[in-house]
Design a protein around this ligand. Structure first.
Ligand SMILES: [Zn+2]
Length: 785
């Protein structure tokens, strides 16, 4: 469900981490060189001894040899041949097809069912009543040359989990519908109470738009794709190019997933047949007003009919009209009714039992359901996962067995609310927390660049793997290509970037140029990793390849078809194979590593950066507030405004106190020291072999398995206790975009100063527990020397 179109600042905390594993990298380089000089062509792999490394690399080579792009193409064609959203016949057929493939390849595969609240659209209508009449089409007609788009058994475009309703009101244009947009409206005397708002897609997550509209008193919300962000201003539209045509509509969930994802009726527990369910009225994540997505073809007459102030420059899209804010004289009627029943979910869960440590699990997932045909989102990633499973099946037949248990999952119901993954994670929470050593996710995949995100303790492993995966189109490694991209993006600077995003790119560029490990991003939300990372605290990665926003044109529409994907996504499925290699190698290494390949210096340096950002955020807010006070005292805004057009001054903000970062500073220093001690102990141990006797190794791996959970706290984040991770969370006001150290960062963002101090102390406490864990792991390493 990733939204790739102009995601806005991914920072505000989403700053990519830096690598500091200089010591370890140097040690490994020396070891690799020694191994090469010693007559074996095997480098020593992170987590393996020298002789095991050679065996592992041979295994990876035979894995690679079994990946066939023709397979990916055939599976994609079959899976995307009909609409496969939750509740559709093809969704169930796909589940059975995928289960049977796994079984055919030697996996133990089952379908696990859940029953979730899933409103199905019965009827919706949208019309302009005044000053002229217009009825919105709310349909996506077939596209010439794409036969799949002729199929009509899909549901017309709608937003999932908006409220039913029948409302009439004056229209107000609210730009992206984010908090600053409402401040801009207020300064112009525009109030949305009792009105219907129209917002464009982009900047913040879709579900925040109706939520904020409702909080500001609106009675309905329309969301449209402006061609400036997603249409002809970006490139030629489908079928000439890949971009969104005038009739294209972005469907999508508007459930309040920043509160909790998954079934709205069963927060925290699996939605099994007999689960205890909340009454619908008590499901806090379901929206309170009707919401409807429309195309820019349908939006233009509505926007053109608006009066009121002309929209400020940054609010104007690319439609050939003058953008006004309203309210009115445009008057709109919208009505939606749905069937609010339970629908079945079909997760496919496939396992291969581990030969040495079956009680440790490597878990890998990708969702299978799309909004309609879902060729890009999610099936492009799903077929890469199938390729891994088939290749692993062939390795099994040749006699190899993984040391740890492999668990592969084909999730259902991701699009509406991360349903299949969340319910399964909640249902098996205790077992997963005890057993899982990794959750590895992917979603949409296409030609382009590696996009790694996740737990920073895996940053070094990821780099170790992708330095040996070849980019299909340039022949260098996918790591080398990403390194070049980071350096160029830091050099060229995009004037459209928000400051946080620009700073993040500059940092990435600096680290990339330094030549060590590339930084990976932190995870917010937007795909199936959320429950595993943020609710259960499992070590998590999300690994995909992407180009330049090339999916935006058909994202969540009827035009996300096989035909579109093979023209604009990954025509020869070479990047599907690269994805299967990248993910497959990580899976195989996590499955067979002597010592689980976690590394803590990267994490420690990243945390140090986050704390520095928090301090800067508070300092800048303080000086900004002081400056604003002076301007307000001097009536500067009034004097700067055009006296004939009313734009009032901004609201005064409370002064920003000094926050107490002492505990965080202290724990960062300790974290860096503990991490270095662990990495040094590991490097000492790898003098050719990982000289750990079996008992010591077992204890160490058990310790490493639970490390990420030490970053969680049972109390959870303020006002959303489902989210337990104290380092990574989706932002309450970004939706998909990450907020790192969210307890502190969001308190500063929202000017809750007591809470900021309270969560700075709590986050430091959590990090202290993590340090204890590293120290214990280092002792287990050192003790067995
Ligand atoms: Zn998806």
């Amino acid at each position: 469900m990733h939204d790739l179109q102009r995601p806005g600042p991914r920072a505000g905390g989403g700053v990519r981490a830096r690598c500091a594993c200089v010591l370890l990298a140097a040690a490994l380089t020396v070891l690799s060189a020694t191994a090469a000089a010693g007559g074996t062509d095997a480098a020593t792999l992170f987590g393996f001894g020298a002789s095991e490394s050679g065996r592992q690399q041979t295994l990876e080579q035979s894995f690679d040899a079994k990946l066939d792009p023709a397979d990916l193409r055939a599976w994609l064609k079959t899976l995307a041949s009909d609409a496969n959203h939750v509740g559709s016949p093809h969704d169930k057929a796909n589940a059975e097809y995928v289960r049977d493939l796994f079984r055919q390849w030697g996996w133990d595969a089952q379908i696990e069912e859940f029953d979730v609240l899933y409103p199905t659209l019965k009827h919706h209508t949208l019309e302009l009543l005044a000053p002229s009449k217009f009825v919105a089409s709310l349909t996506e007609p077939p596209i010439a040359g794409d036969d799949t788009t002729k199929l009509t058994d899909g549901v017309p475009p709608y937003n999932e989990y908006g409220a039913d309703g029948d409302v009439t009101g004056d229209l107000v244009y609210v730009n992206y519908g984010m908090p600053d947009d409402y401040k801009a409206l207020a300064r112009r005397g525009v109030d949305v109470r009792g009105k219907i708002v129209i917002a464009r897609y982009g900047e913040g997550w879709r579900g925040l738009k109706p939520k904020l509209a409702w909080e500001h008193g609106a009675i309905g919300c329309i969301i449209y794709s402006d061609p400036h962000d997603d249409g002809y201003a970006r490139g030629d539209v489908y079928p000439k190019g890949g971009w969104r045509p005038p009739e294209g509509v972005q469907r999508g969930s508007v459930l309040d997933m920043t509160l909790y994802p998954g079934d709205p009726l069963t927060p925290g527990v699996g939605a099994t047949k007999n689960a205890k369910r909340l009454p619908l009225a008590e499901a806090k994540s379901v929206l309170k007003i009707p919401v409807m997505p429309i195309s820019y073809g349908d939006a233009q007459p509505l926007l053109a009919a608006l009066g009121g102030p002309v929209a400020p420059g940054s609010w104007r899209g690319s439609l050939p009209i003058t953008y006004h804010m309203g309210p009115g004289p445009a008057q709109v009627h919208m009505a939606i009714s749905s069937e609010w029943g339970l629908k079945p979910l079909y997760d496919v869960i496939a396992k291969v039992r581990g030969s040495e440590s079956p009680e440790q699990w490597v878990v890998r997932g990708n969702h299978r359901d799309g909004w309609v045909f879902g060729a890009w989102d999610p099936l492009s990633g799903h077929v890469a996962m199938l390729a891994e499973a088939k290749a692993i099946g062939a390795l099994l037949k040749s006699g190899w067995k993984p040391k740890r248990t492999l668990v592969y999952a084909s999730w259902d119901g991701e699009e509406p609310a991360l349903l299949g993954s969340t319910e399964w994670a909640e249902q098996h929470a205790a077992e997963l927390q005890k057993k899982a050593v990794l959750y590895l996710n992917s979603d949409t995949n296409s030609r382009g660049f590696l996009a790694p995100e996740g737990s920073h303790s895996l940053q070094h492993l990821l780099n170790d793997v992708v330095s040996a995966v070849k980019d299909p189109e340039t022949g260098v490694s996918t790591q080398a290509r990403l390194r070049a991209r980071m350096r160029v993006q830091g050099f060229e600077k995009d004037p459209g970037d928000a400051r946080d995003a620009a700073e993040e790119k500059a940092r990435d560029a600096r680290l990339a140029a330094a030549g060590g490990d590339l930084p990976i991003g932190a995870l917010g939300s937007g795909s199936d990793y959320s429950a595993f990372l943020q609710h259960l605290g499992l070590t998590t990665l999300n690994i995909e390849y992407h180009g330049e926003e090339d999916q935006a044109g058909v994202y969540h529409s009827n035009y996300d078809t096989f035909e579109h994907y093979v023209r604009f996504g990954d025509p020869d499925f070479a990047y599907g194979v690269a994805e299967a290699q990248t993910v497959g190698h990580i899976v195989l290494r996590m499955a067979d590593a002597d010592v689980l390949p976690l590394q803590f210096s990267d994490f420690a340096e990243t945390i140090g950066d986050y704390v520095a950002q928090l301090r800067k955020l508070a300092d800048e807010k303080r000086s900004h507030t002081a400056e604003l006070d002076k301007l307000l005292d001097d009536k500067a805004f009034e004097l700067n405004a055009d006296p004939r057009r009313v734009v009032g001054p901004p609201e005064r903000a409370a002064p920003v106190p000094q926050l107490n970062f002492a505990a965080l500073d202290a724990v960062v220093a300790r974290l860096k020291a503990s991490a270095q001690a662990y990495d040094a102990a590991y490097a000492r141990l790898t003098g050719g072999e990982l000289k750990l006797e079996a008992r010591g190794r077992h204890a160490l791996n058990e310790q490493l398995q639970g490390m990420e959970q030490k970053l969680t706290d049972a109390r959870g984040l303020p006002r959303r206790a489902w989210f337990k991770h104290f380092i990574y969370a989706p932002g309450v006001l970004t939706g998909y975009g990450v907020k790192t150290m969210p307890g502190v960062r969001e308190a500063i963002d929202s000017e809750r100063w007591t809470e900021a101090d309270e969560y700075a102390a709590l986050t430091a406490q959590v990090l202290g527990v993590y340090c204890d864990g590293i120290d214990r792991a280092a002792a287990l390493l050192g003790g067995s020397k």
